[in-house]
Design a protein around this ligand. Sequence first.
Ligand code: NAP
Length: 246
Amino acid sequence: MENNIEHKVVVITGASSGIGEATAVMLAERGAKVVLGARGLNRLEALARRIVGAGGEVAYAQTDVRRREDLTSLVKLALDRYSQLDVLISNAGIGPISPLDDLRVEDWENMIDINIKGVLYGIAAALPVFRKQAFSHFVNTASTAGIVVNPNMAVYAGTKFAVRAISEGLRQEAGDKLRVTIISPGFVRTGFTESMTSPEMKVKIRDSMDKMGISPDAIARAIVFAIEQPAGVDVNEIIVRPTAQT
Ligand SMILES: NC(=O)c1ccc[n+]([C@@H]2O[C@H](COP(=O)([O-])OP(=O)(O)OC[C@H]3O[C@@H](n4cnc5c(N)ncnc54)[C@H](OP(=O)(O)O)[C@@H]3O)[C@@H](O)[C@H]2O)c1
């Protein structure tokens, strides 16, 4: 059945696991051509095989969002392979949270580089392409930590507040052919704790995720909802939390 997702070309960063992976699978099932980026090439290959096995269309490339040229190449891959780019989902992100007193400065720098600069490099790569098209859409993954600040999350929250601010600025400058959506998930059961360098935080967040985390499919469905709207309908922000999350 024809839908507003079929034939769209969608680039997804951080597609090798969690929310990005679930979104790639769901969009491909609905007929989108998905172009996947992450650092883990083996996981991208396995995911691409799964999508092709289910009858979907997929391309992928090893991508580190800390490198501007990697985002440029990923967008170019979409254009070379499918001659257009409809949606960029900037989903890659890490959350090595810790108290500021720990001075885990390398973690702070990584979060800024991946969560903020990665999104900006995505905008830099796709915006000139989008400006030449009649339709285009940025979907940026923020977090409930971009809405409410909690202890141990100062830097992570800072990066997600930045994603929301940048996305809202982009929306205001967008004009009538470009849509901008912010997705703000609460606790989702993914590999998110793997980037955590503080053992105490890792255990604490893993515990919360196990107790109340929702499936990454819940976030993928929200992204699908934003993308499948008619071209003139811009879903600007969606917050999806577990019912149990305060
Ligand atoms: N899970 C949650 O509770 C939660 C809540 C709110 C918001 N979020 C946000 O949701 C997004 C996805 O996270 P997730 O929960 O799905 O966690 P995840 O399973 O750890 O997935 C993160 C993805 O980002 C990729 N990534 C990490 N660093 C990268 C880099 N430098 N360049 C390119 N890709 C990179 C990872 O792949 P590689 O390691 O292969 O590069 C992976 O595919 C993040 O932006 C996160 O902040 C998650």
